[in-house]
Every structure is written in C-alpha cells, then in structure tokens.
Write a new protein. Structure first.
Length: 133
C-alpha cells in the first residue's frame, strides 16, 4: 500500500479552500449573477472537497488542485475579473474575492502537499553553519 500524500491539515485546508470557493459562487448566485439553478462548478467544488478529505491518495490532491485551477481560470475567462476591481455591488465584489482567494489557496496548498512539504518549521532542514573552524 502506498504512503498517503499530504498531511491531514493540508488536506483539510485544500478542502476548506474549495468549500470557500463554493461559498463565493453561492454568494454570486444569491446576488443575482446569471448562472444555472445549480451551478456545475459549485457541485464540482464540493465533491472535490469531500474527495480530498476522504481519499488519502495522490490523485485526490491532484483533483483538488485541478478543480481549483479550473475555477481560477473561470474567474478570468468568465469575465468576473473586472468585478474584482470595479465595485458593482458589495455581494458580487465579495463573492468574487472569496472565489478567487479560495481557488488560489487550494492550488498553493495542494501543490505544496503534493511536493511533500508540510510548511511547518519543524519539517524544515536545519541550516548548516559554514563558519566552523
């Protein structure tokens, strides 16, 4: 059996970031942004969040990173990028920023977990001193 990739806290953070991104989409839907009754990206984000936490395999983290990257791509290609700097309405502004930050967090933490870095100070290699005489 292969060793699980990523720590539990990294997996929870990726899942939380994906869920936060889904909340941003929910805010946009509630603000009246034109989208389907149940936005497909909302479903994909929530399913990916559950998979990242429940399945302790490398592909589950890859799924989280890919879904986060697809959502980040969607922010800029879908025309929402202008709402990040142009204040149309408060819910649309907030929803888009939550969506953007959640996507970025899922990507960064997911890649960090895939590379085997925990991000804690105790996991860092000690720096050797070259001043020994």
């Amino acid at each position: 059996m292969s060793k699980p990739i990523g720590t539990d806290s990294q997996r929870r953070l990726v899942a939380g970031a994906l869920t936060g991104t889904a909340i941003g989409i929910g805010i946009l839907k509630a603000a009246g942004v034109d989208m389907p009754v149940v936005p497909p990206s909302l479903v994909l984000l929530l399913v990916a969040a559950v998979v990242v936490v429940m399945v302790r395999r490398r592909w589950a983290l890859i799924l989280g990173v890919v879904i986060g990257a697809a959502e980040l791509f969607g922010v800029f290609v879908g025309g929402s990028a202008s709402d990040l700097i142009g204040f149309t309405s408060l819910p649309i502004f907030v929803g888009n920023w939550i969506r953007l930050l959640g996507s970025i967090t899922a990507i960064v933490v997911g890649v960090q977990a895939l590379r085997g870095r925990s991000g804690s100070a105790s996991s860092q290699q000690p720096v050797s001193s070259s001043t020994a005489r």
